[in-house]
Design a binder for this molecule. Sequence first.
Ligand SMILES: O=C(O)c1ccccc1N[C@@H]1O[C@H](COP(=O)(O)O)[C@@H](O)[C@H]1O
Length: 217
Amino acid sequence: MGAVAKICGLTRPEDVDAAADAGARYAGLVFFPRSPRHVPTPTAAVLAARVPVGMARVGLFVDPDDALLDSVLAEVPLDILQLHGHETPDRVAAVKARTGLPVMKAVGVASAADLDAIWDYGLAADLLLIDAKPAPGAALPGGNGIAFDWRLLVGRRFLKPWMLAGGLTPGNVAEAIRLTGAQAVDVSSGVERAPGIKDPALIRALVAAAAGEPGAP
Ligand SMILES: O=C(O)c1ccccc1N[C@@H]1O[C@H](COP(=O)(O)O)[C@@H](O)[C@H]1O
């Protein structure tokens, strides 16, 4: 069974075009200054305007305050907000209410115990993002190119639609989907030639492999 793809951390117009041309369903823009994929708001507005109809524009935030959300949304049309920090279920609900946008909440997983947290967000969030938990002391809360043990998700069901993330590449995404049953995947590092610089061939290979196209890796 194939999955649709979100390509996250787009920083250049040509990367948006590559993701769209490859058939990715979601375009991710990072609003987190510590990330090498961070885009200033004016740049994000240009990139968002380039995303074709039918491809959702996802804004990635890490523990954003209301002022940041308001200032970005005043300039950048976004369809979904991705919260990738330590936001509580109440904060997820408050962001939804304030912005009127669907929220995808990221939850980091390293062991079976971490899966319980996913249930905590099942009512508040519209979508769940199951990512690898960053190593202690990691500079970034995501986008580190590390995978978790996908077998932890075998046989699991969640209250909301979910995406799988963490260290996915054109070479491993088919196996990750086969094991977990993910219907959507989110990839950043695995389709880059350098942090923040996407590689169009890797994007094409990733989207094709996720979709289960014949001949894909
Ligand atoms: O991509 C980033 O720079 C980033 C920064 C802060 C939080 C999350 C970030 N990216 C998200 O992390 C996962 C996994 O990324 P990767 O494929 O392992 O590099 C993904 O959901 C990205 O949206």
